[in-house]
Every structure is written in C-alpha cells, then in structure tokens.
Design a binder for this molecule. Structure first.
Ligand code: MRU
Length: 343
C-alpha cells in the first residue's frame, strides 16, 4: 500500500531515498552518505515535496557531521556544507526549517541530531493523519452527500512527505470513508509529478483516478465535474497567500468561479510567519531545458528560450480552507495563519 511508502529514511549510515525521478517505471532507492550527493538529489527531485525536503534537510545535517568526521573537516567547512543543503531549493520553507530545527543539537553530536530529525519525521506522519481527518470532515460538511470528485495538482502524497501525505492524506481519508468517486490528477508539467507520482500512489492504494493535462483543469471544474480541489503547499505566508506547484493558481481561480472549495492541506511547518505575503516568497526558476525538451528530445525551435518557474502563488482570498494538523482555518473568510491558531 502506498501509505507504507517511505520516501526518506535514516539507515544508521546515511539517508535512503526513494528515487522519484524513475517512478513509476522503477522503484529504486538512492543511498546518500555525502553532502554533494544530497544537494544533487534535492535539486534533481530525487527527493521532493516540502515536508519530505524538511526531513531530508534535518538528516542532511547528520550526513554533514559524519562526512566532517570522515574527511577531517573543520567546523567552518562543515557549517558551509550544511548551508548548501539549507539553500539547495528556495521555495519550500520546510527545507530550511528542517535544517534549522536540528542545528541547536549539533554541539551535542551526531546521535542528538539524528534523534531530532527522526522526531520531525515521526511528527510529520502523525500530522498528516490528522490533516487527513480534519480535511475530510471539513469537505464532507460542504459537499453533496455522495462519493466525491476531487481534483489535485502535483504530488502531495506519501512520496512528498514522511508518509501518508497531506492533500493525498485527505483523499485517503475520504476513500476510507467510501466517499471518493474519482480523483482528477493534474499531470503537472514539466516534470509530471501528477501523472508519474500521484497516479502511482493512487494506483497502489486502489483509489480511482483520471490523469488530465494541467490545461484541462479549469474547464473540468467549470463544467461541474469536480466537487472540491485539494492541494499541498510549499510555503504559506502570514496572510495566507500560498505557494505551490506552478499551475495551482489556475485551479484556485476556477474553483472560485465555480463556487467550490479550494483546500490547501499542509503541516504548520509549511507556514512561514516571517514571510508577510506571497510577493515575498522566493519562487524557484528551473532550467529552460525542462520546458524546451520532451522525453529527452528537443521540443522547441533551436534558439527558443523558456521561462520555467516551478511554483506559483495563490492569493489568500482564493483559499477556502487551510487544513493543518491542528485544525482548519477558513482563509478566504479572513482567518489567516497570522491571526489563527498556531502550534
Ligand atoms: O517541485 P516539487 O515536486 O518539490 O513540488 C512539490 C509541490 O509543489 C507540492 O505540492 C508541495 O511541496 C506539497 S507536498 C506535501
């Protein structure tokens, strides 16, 4: 079952990551023992998804400590290596937050760092279960009394977290309550997290789904084929503006037009009260080749250039609900993270 999927795991020697670049064709793992390999794995999306990046970042500090011992680094070299992990991708606040959470334990040594990183991992799985329950309760109270058609964008499942998933955690909970008719999984251009990863997880869990092109999503919603959209988040600003995979804002706009719920499911660790609003969220821009090629073959004229932002920002007024492990904030009604309950 996909909810047993462990995207990030500490083996005692290093990190074991599911290689998300080769799914759904192959289920392979990458063993990470050094900082260069970890930074590359984060940047090429071997490990991805905000909460999974947070856990990888926290264990990454342990990797840096082990490498420092092995290679006789001084503290400055070790700390610079930790900084490289922290900065490997800019948008998901969880990565830096995961590193920062274990940093106070560095003077106590490797075991203390590993214990704190493991605590983060365990909290994330527990939190996702709670997100699933809160999200399902909230959606069921606001949708027709029949199995639902839920749309999701990108992958916010077990692969993107320490386990179970955020948006897909809500879907799993609805499925367990026999309240899923179908999940529309947006394919998620250009790296196909939806068609490769979300579809793989739904397939493993026996949850009915349809993959659609990202460009189809707004019309599917406006045609009345969707009861609610549920997505994850990479960073939620204090005012409720939410960064998630590029294409998310089109889904939110269509939900607002259709009058159906647009739900963001994310742990509190994705809320960044130091970021006032969406305009302050750093948006990762990835290599043009991801857009200019398809399946390894050039798909644009020679000389074509590309704009490749990996994320977009959905304004708070379009977010019907922010579901965290502590409950639900109705953001579009004015309950921002800044003013709402915190941990
Ligand atoms: O570029 P990715 O695959 O790391 O982007 C992931 C997303 O946008 C997810 O929706 C988000 O991180 C939430 S994962 C629970």
């Amino acid at each position: 079952m996909a909810h047993d999927v462990q995207a990030v795991e500490w083996t005692g020697q290093g990190l074991r990551l599911i290689d998300q670049t080769v799914l759904p064709h192959r289920l392979e793992h990458l063993d990470v023992r050094d900082v260069d390999t970890l930074v590359a794995a984060i940047q090429n999306l071997t490990v991805r998804g905000a909460p999974a990046l947070g856990v990888a970042g926290a264990f990454g500090v342990a990797i840096a400590i082990r490498q420092a011992e092995r290679e006789d680094w001084d503290d400055a070299t070790r700390d610079a290596a930790i900084e490289r992990i922290r900065d490997a991708r800019p948008t998901a606040v969880n990565l830096a937050a995961g590193v920062d959470r274990v940093l106070p334990h560095v003077p106590k040594g490797l075991d203390a760092v590993v214990a704190e990183a493991q605590a983060l991992l365990d909290e994330d799985v527990r939190g996702n279960r709670a997100i699933g329950r809160h999200g399902a309760d909230w959606i069921l109270a606001r949708t027709p009394d029949r199995p639902l058609r839920i749309l999701t964008h990108c992958n916010a499942g077990a692969l993107a977290t320490a386990g179970w998933g955020t948006a897909l955690g809500v879907v799993r909970e609805l499925h367990a309550r026999a309240r899923i008719e179908v999940v529309y999984a947006d394919e998620t251009r250009p790296l196909l997290q939806g068609s490769r990863l979300t579809a793989w997880e739904l397939e493993q869990s026996g949850i009915p789904y349809l993959i659609q092109a990202d460009g189809a999503a707004p019309a599917t919603i406006l045609r009345g084929l969707v009861d609610a959209a549920v997505v994850g988040a990479d960073r939620i600003a204090a005012n409720g503006d939410t960064a998630n995979k590029v294409g998310t804002v089109s889904v939110a706009l269509a939900c607002a037009e259709a009058g159906i719920p647009f739900v963001v499911a994310a742990p509190w660790s994705t809320v960044d009260l130091n970021t006032a609003s969406g305009g302050d969220i750093p948006i990762e821009e990835r290599a043009p080749e991801e857009i200019l090629s398809w399946n390894g073959t050039r798909a644009a004229p020679d000389g074509a250039r590309a704009f490749n932002p990996a994320f977009d920002v959905t304004p708070a007024k379009l977010v019907s609900a922010l579901v965290t492990e502590t409950g639900v904030l109705e953001v579009s009604s004015g309950a921002t993270p800044q003013h709402g309950a915190s941990r």
